[in-house]
Design a protein around this ligand. Structure first.
Ligand code: VGL
Ligand code: ZN
Length: 196
């Protein structure tokens, strides 16, 4: 059984948003079109409290996109984004969500960031996505959405580690930083991931 995971197609990651991914809006039409090809469609939603540790605004001595040490792990500092209950955290109005069975929210612990749709970055909290997929008999996941080099990539890597056949939909994702995405793509391929 094959499932589609739509990652973080939220206003703050789209042009005009606080952490806009270049040309992020160009993937939405394709994502809407392919949903009918899947038995299961789920979405993830970045859903941060206003005082989330990944926000540069919480670290007065640092700037946006600086990488700092948080709990012994490197943490990229982001502009405030996807704050719970704000319009920036809403799904794009252009995204068709009628076929989305379940939404998995992440990044709700103010102390821990969460890129993957499966686990937080410390692997301490599980969103329930793996249990959901296994309960439905899913063995193959296709991943699209934003951003290719963060939440899409880490969701795809975790999917492989959890034993799924995993593919990133190339035309259904856009990266924040194309160069860093190139290296991540190679690693994903080496691990057995596919691009479709
Ligand atoms: C994301 C950075 C911070 C993403 C989420 O959805 O890729 N990136 N939070
Ligand atoms: Zn975030």
């Amino acid at each position: 059984m094959k499932a589609l995971i739509i990652v973080d197609v939220q206003n703050d990651f789209l042009p005009g948003g606080s952490l806009a991914v270049p040309a992020g809006d160009e993937i939405i039409e394709l994502i809407n079109k392919i949903q009918s090809k899947y038995e299961i469609v789920v979405a993830t939603q970045d859903w941060h409290p206003a005082n989330h540790k990944s926000f540069a605004s919480m670290h007065p001595n640092h700037e946006v996109f600086n990488v700092i040490d948080c709990n012994g792990y490197p943490q990229t500092l982001w502009p405030n984004h996807c704050v719970q209950g704000t319009s920036g955290a809403d799904f794009s109005p252009a995204l068709d969500t009628n076929a989305v069975q379940t939404i998995f929210r992440k990044g709700m612990d103010k102390n821990v960031d969460s890129y993957s749709g499966f686990f937080d970055n410390l692997k301490s909290r599980n969103t329930g996505l793996d249990g959901f997929m296994k309960s439905k008999g899913v063995n193959e996941v296709h991943i699209c959405g934003l951003a290719a080099d963060f939440c899409v990539y880490f969701t795809a890597i975790d999917a492989l580690d959890l034993g799924y056949k995993a593919a990133i939909i190339s035309k259904g994702t856009k990266a924040i930083d194309k160069d860093s995405y190139m290296k991540k793509k190679e690693f994903f391929l080496q691990k057995g991931g596919l691009f479709i």
